[in-house]
Design a protein around this ligand. Sequence first.
Ligand SMILES: *Cc1c(COP(=O)(O)O)cnc(C)c1O
Length: 390
Amino acid sequence: MIETYLTHLECGLTGKRYDADRLQNLSEAGKPLLARYDLARAARAVDRDALAHREETLWRYAELLPVRDTQSRISLGEGYTPLLRARALGREIGHDRLYIKDETGNPTGSFKARGLALAVSRAKELGARSVSVPSAGNAAGATAAYAARAGLPAHVFMPRDVPELFVHECRALGAEVRLVDGLIHDCGRVAAEEIARNAGRFDLSTLKEPYRLEGKKTLGYEVAEQMQWTLPDVAIYPTGGGTGLVGMWKAFDEMEALGWIDGKRPRMISVQSDGCAPIVRAFERGDEFAKPWEGARTIADGLRVPVAVGDFLILRAVRESGGCAVSVSDDAMREEVYRIGRTEGVFAAPEGGATLAALRRLKESGAIAPDESVVLFNTGSGIKYHHIID
Ligand SMILES: *Cc1c(COP(=O)(O)O)cnc(C)c1O
């Protein structure tokens, strides 16, 4: 049996320690809990080059994942997605070393599968009797799928105006769907009220439990492994709650401590929509925390997140990396979805289109040089957003 080197949890703001082996949501400070590992022991036990022979899922990094017992894994084959060299797209926009980390092949068609595979595995391992999640769309589908596979009832809460395919998907996967007037944080409020009334129901809200982050950090391990244990100059990530960006930054810290990579890190670019850009605004103002965005509107459902509990972690990673936060229009996202599709054969979600729109903007302003290596994170398939394609 592969051993995890998980030791404890730590408040992302205060550093206070918490027990990793009971169900936990936020810290007493109301901030995300981060999983910590004995990396010195893991460094002696795990040979990075031996990973090449392991299964092609995110479970290849099992020692650095929180699940205690291999039997507790709830898996649908998530992760280890391709890092595509985008030559035709690169030629078209004048950028040679361009890559797409393509998450369309994940179960339920988005990278939410990574986080929910880990969160549901751990929730079940630690005794949850049912799970609950507020979602702008993709997290609900992934929760429904992994909960079904775990044999746990799932309760998902989505905005009433969420595209209908997200709703059908959750119902087909056996979840109880509640549509709520408002946005994802309103869904979170209703979900929390119901959790208070239902013993044994566990909240899987993003960054309000510690293990979705652990699933999403595997994006960082994979990019490093797929680039022969180097990292690109620039990583462009479409940011809602920010779990993927914060997770990758955590993965870089861990891999450096493990001796798997050297200190050279990418500049982290956080992309949001002009219609919902709380992180961009906070970045520009030099704030540590982001104020809620009023009247959030965008076709990129994953970016329709007006409040992020991990705001300070996103901003910290972007700033430490020397990166930046930029917003792009919905029209630009749509146009870039077509460009990615036509040149590379990848049907990207609008969130993926947003990363290309950001790259083009930052090339124009000179913030990204033509010879730098760039990874675009296409976080999901465009298929559930068919209503935006004309
Ligand atoms: C949820 C989602 C995002 C945003 O991810 P966070 O980790 O919340 O920042 C981006 N793209 C897609 C397709 C999503 O479903």
